[in-house]
Design a protein around this ligand. Structure first.
Ligand code: MRU
Length: 353
């Protein structure tokens, strides 16, 4: 990520036995880098959204498990594996919807269990290297998605974007916002309509911050204005990320995505989800089985720490919704763009390299 024209750091980084993360709760007002030396604090940072966005929490969890291997006092491999299995459960429970979290931890555990690793020391070295490799791969995957997705954007397009899918949601570069960034780097003139994305305001705080750094023209709107812009013909396409995509192409993403997709479809605007293949959960046949995180009611009743709703009322705060595949025009991955029928195209893309 860059700030004021200079490279700052990745969203999440391994630094000499510690994990450094940009504290996304403080942006855009303050740029704070937090350091973690305890995997339990990493789990808490994922829960509290110091780090957020499906690919970013996957890599943060992988690094958390590498940290757990260094924290463990186990002297032999079996004892270390037992410690890792309990740390893994804690990290996995931090947030339920984004499948990247479980995907990253599964990959780390597979690596730890490889028979070629004989001693506890072998496992520790391998896990630190694996987590760092995942971070590097994430950046490369985002750039590949950027190129595939940019082919969908024409010079002069206006793109409606939801939540934050930029460098902050990944290790660097971004998914849907990475596509927009790639089109901009190719010299296409693009304009972004930025949904503020209540209740956590990832659009107003983070997407606006990133687009401003990149010099990409944008206009911030409240979520409730999106339908107005879609109906009046001012949106060329809608682009958002994904936290989990079922085999049939149903997409779980930040709350409010479903409404955008339905209104977009009603007005003939193409709808694209942009996500790495690690976000595709082929084990789920459709989106109904995707767990939807329910977050603290205070995210709804309070704004900027100030209570705006009466005390003692009922509040629901689902953090994600599921958009049925019939509203999705295409799904951009690092291996290409999937089109309906997704239950055929998605498995092909996930399995191709
Ligand atoms: O609650 P968040 O901020 O972690 O939600 C993030 C999103 O919904 C993103 O759109 C999604 O993770 C894809 S971004 C790479």
């Amino acid at each position: 990520l860059s700030y004021a024209g200079r490279m700052v750091m990745r969203t999440v980084e391994w630094r000499d036995g510690k994990i450094a993360m940009i504290d996304q709760r403080a942006l855009p007002h303050e740029f704070i880098m937090a350091e973690y030396a305890d995997y339990r604090q990493v789990a808490a940072a994922i829960r509290d959204m110091v780090v957020r966005g499906a690919p970013a929490i996957g890599v943060a969890a992988a690094m958390g498990l590498a940290l757990a291997s260094l924290q463990s006092l186990a002297k032999d491999r079996p004892a270390l594996l037992r410690d890792l299995e309990s740390a893994e459960k804690e990290l996995r429970a931090a947030r339920p919807t984004a499948v990247n979290l479980g995907w990253a931890l599964d990959r780390m555990l597979r690596r730890a269990r490889e028979v070629s690793l004989v001693s506890a020391g072998d496992v520790r070295v391998a896990l630190v290297a694996e987590a760092q490799a995942m971070a590097d791969e994430d950046v490369a995957v985002n750039k590949r998605m950027g190129v595939h997705g940019a082919s969908l954007i024409r010079d002069g397009d206006t793109i409606l974007h939801h939540c934050n899918t930029g460098g902050l949601a990944a290790v660097d570069y971004g998914t849907a916002l990475g596509v927009i960034r790639c089109a901009h780097e190719q010299g296409k003139r693009v304009h972004v309509l930025v949904d503020e994305t209540r209740p956590r305001l990832q659009g107003a705080r983070l997407t606006a911050w990133e687009l401003k750094q990149w010099g990409i023209p944008f206009t911030l709107i409240v979520d409730n204005a999106a339908g107005h812009f879609l109906r009046t013909g001012r949106v060329s396409l809608v682009m958002f990320g994904a936290d989990r995509i079922a085999r049939n192409g149903d997409v779980a993403n930040k709350i409010g995505t479903y409404k955008l997709a339905v209104v977009g479809r009603e007005n003939g605007v193409p709808i694209y989800s942009v996500a790495p293949t690690s976000t595709v959960d082929l084990a789920l046949l459709d989106g109904d089985a995707i767990p939807i995180e329910e977050r603290d009611p205070r995210e709804v009743t309070d704004i900027g720490g100030v209570r705006i709703a009466p005390e003692g009322i009922a509040v629901a705060n689902p953090a994600f919704d599921v958009t049925p595949h019939r509203y999705i025009t295409g799904i951009v991955t690092e291996n290409g763009i999937a089109y309906p029928p997704f239950d055929v195209s998605l498995p092909q893309l996930v399995e191709s390299q």
